[in-house]
Design a protein around this ligand. Structure first.
Ligand SMILES: Cc1cc2nc3c(=O)[nH]c(=O)nc-3n(C[C@H](O)[C@H](O)[C@H](O)COP(=O)(O)OP(=O)(O)OC[C@H]3O[C@@H](n4cnc5c(N)ncnc54)[C@H](O)[C@@H]3O)c2cc1C
Ligand code: FES
Length: 563
């Protein structure tokens, strides 16, 4: 036997691989319970294929309109993967259904994929020259596809050439693009990926390191990812390793510090939550998120308690501007509290992977000594990379075994751990009280707000206290938000965002991070005025067009939005 049945059964749960199909020929030997199992796996594979196809088509349509060629390529690759996945499930289903002709089905599938023989459908009427219309349509699609690819290749080459001329100081150099581009020569004569302009640099001379991968456009990829492994990091924190269900590399690229948005339905109702990618973008086979279980949290409890290895999760990627690639400054201070370490783990893994020469000061505050996420790996990286300087502190620790400091992060600890801290760039992520305290200390040390980048994870309001009981005074008039396109209105108390009000009345405004950084919830303000605590996702042009972030926008007077 070429491969045992047991092997085949195992393989059915994995992404499609060509060796799987010859093993279909052994199907008649399968006992009934194994056949049912194969049927179930085939069904799952067809479902995953359909999901890949539908999101691939959607992406192709969108990227064609936006003339985003990289996204178009990703979309076509996804369509191919989806079709292969669907076909593999279909072949297995057909084999199960037709029993004796299993060998024919598997053989035909194999021949078609290996291009050994044309597969002739006897029921299809033949066109001229004895070929079926199916052949002509397929040939036309393939020719059009090849022509598009060739055109895209030349177009890309022209753009790369123009960029290289700018880098070399040729005509047109001195533009924003050239300023943002890397300063060292390209390796092996290949065009470098275009590096996006992130934020103003603290250092006048960016370090000569380039991201390995140009990131996909914000939220440009949506589809299922498979939970390949789950690791328990600390008592309340798990890491979920996610892979492409069809077995390829991760179907999007990202910058260190960006996040994924999960759409799950733990209680039958679809909800979204953001989780930072903690792995490094240099690792293309999988990406990882590290999630803290919140005692009463809807999604974090679902991920911890109900999601198992092998499950498919619906993901949108990538998003976020809280990134650091080594281009923005020649050293970096990363200050984390609790699970706020995740963006910095990605940055640290990425910078050390890329042998970035700058100093990385990673300061990490935890509640207890057993809650230091990634402790072993951080200690290993520190031993290995002399430019990684690790400071850990825990509020409570067993002093007989704890080699680090205890207590909160203090101004003294900042100064001791980071020489000349006031002249460096700082990234800060953790619980809001910790972030406020550290921001205050940094200001006292003479740092300007522009040197400090922050991200908060509190994307959803904790349950609100009930409204104050009427005390006899005349009740204040509540503002009203009108959703013009949906012809609906909702009351808008001062502490409620327009996004939350829209959810109250069933108006669909899409969202992702709920903290003002991804831009998914942008809507046009038609009348009235709003305030927004965070508006990182809006550029000046969008502000002049009256775009607002529904997840941040609050108002004390009546407003109307285009939703
Ligand atoms: C950009 C971004 C990146 C993020 N990255 C990460 C990351 O890498 N890792 C990570 O773990 N998280 C991350 N988060 C946070 C994450 O998105 C979720 O907000 C978090 O997991 C909580 O979601 P939940 O559905 O479990 O809790 P929710 O149901 O949204 O509840 C929110 C909070 O309210 C509390 N709560 C809910 N109901 C009650 C109640 N009845 N009484 C008292 N308290 C209650 C919950 O315990 C929880 O603390 C990130 C957020 C953002 C915006
Ligand atoms: S949901 Fe991300 S900015 Fe509003």
């Amino acid at each position: 036997m070429r491969e045992g049945m047991g092997e085949m059964m195992k393989e059915m749960g994995k992404p499609p691989r060509k060796e799987l199909y010859p093993s279909l020929m052994e199907l008649p030997d399968l006992p009934p319970e194994k056949r049912a199992e194969v049927g179930q796996l085939a069904h799952e594979r067809m479902e995953a294929g359909t999901a890949l196809l539908s999101s691939g088509l959607e992406k192709l349509a969108r990227s064609t309109v936006e003339e985003d060629y990289a996204a178009m390529q990703e979309a076509t690759a996804q369509l191919r993967q989806g079709l292969a996945q669907f076909e593999s499930g279909l072949a297995a289903h057909r084999a199960l259904a037709e029993g004796n002709v299993t060998r024919d089905v598997a053989l035909q599938w194999f021949k078609r994929n290996m291009s050994l023989l044309p597969v002739v459908d006897v029921e299809t009427p033949h066109g001229i020259f004895g070929l079926s219309w199916f052949h002509y349509v397929t040939m036309f699609i393939l020719t059009a596809f090849a022509a598009t690819m060739i055109w895209m290749y030349f177009h890309k080459m022209q753009r790369a050439e123009a960029l290289l001329m700018k880098l070399a100081g040729g005509p047109g150099s001195g533009s924003d693009e050239a300023t943002a581009a890397p300063s060292s020569p390209p390796l092996s004569g290949r065009a470098l990926p275009v590096v996006p302009v992130n934020e103003p640099s603290v250092s006048p001379t960016p370090a000569p390191v380039h991201p390995a991968i140009a990131p996909s456009k914000s939220n440009s990829w949506s589809g299922p990812l498979r939970v390949a492994r789950i690791f328990q990091e600390t008592p309340h924190v798990k890491t979920f390793r996610l892979t492409d269900p069809s077995g390829g590399t991760v179907p999007f690229t990202y910058l260190p510090g960006q996040f994924l948005t999960f759409t799950v339905a733990p209680n039958g109702q679809s909800v979204k939550r953001s989780y930072t990618i903690a792995s490094a973008p240099t690792h293309r086979d999988a990406c990882e998120v590290t999630v803290r279980r919140e005692e009463q949290g809807v999604v974090s409890r679902y991920l911890h308690d109900r999601v198992r290895e092998g499950a498919l999760l619906q993901v949108t990627a990538p998003s976020g501007k809280f990134t650091f690639t080594g281009q923005e400054a020649d050293s970096i201070v990363l200050i984390a509290g609790g699970v706020g370490i995740t963006p910095f783990m990605s940055v640290t893994r990425y910078l050390t992977d890329r042998s970035w020469p700058g100093d990385i000061f990673l300061m990490y505050g935890c509640h207890r000594d057993n809650e230091v996420i990634f402790r072993e790996e951080l200690e290993y990286l520190q031993r290995r990379y002399a430019n990684l300087h690790l400071t850990i502190t825990a509020t409570y620790a067993d002093l007989s075994t704890w080699p680090y400091t205890t207590g909160h992060l203090t101004k003294e600890l900042l100064v001791q751990s980071v020489p000349e801290i006031a002249s460096r760039r700082v990234h800060l992520c953790g619980p809001p009280p910790m972030m406020d305290a550290v921001k205050g200390m940094l200001a006292e040390l003479g740092m300007s707000a522009e040197q400090i980048r922050t991200e908060t994870f509190i994307g959803k309001e904790r349950p609100q206290a009930p409204p104050a009981v009427f005390d006899g005074a005349a009740p204040a008039k509540l503002a009203v938000v009108t959703f013009a396109r949906s012809h609906k209105t909702a009351v808008l108390p001062p502490n409620k965002t327009i996004l939350e009000a829209s959810e109250d009345v069933g108006v669909n405004i899409d969202y992702s991070c709920r903290v003002g950084t991804c831009g998914t919830c942008k809507v046009k303000l038609l009348s009235g005025a709003v305030t927004m605590e965070v508006e990182d996702a809006l550029d000046p042009a969008e502000k002049t067009q009256n775009l607002i972030l529904a997840c941040q926008a609050k108002a004390t007077g009546d407003v109307a939005v285009d939703a």
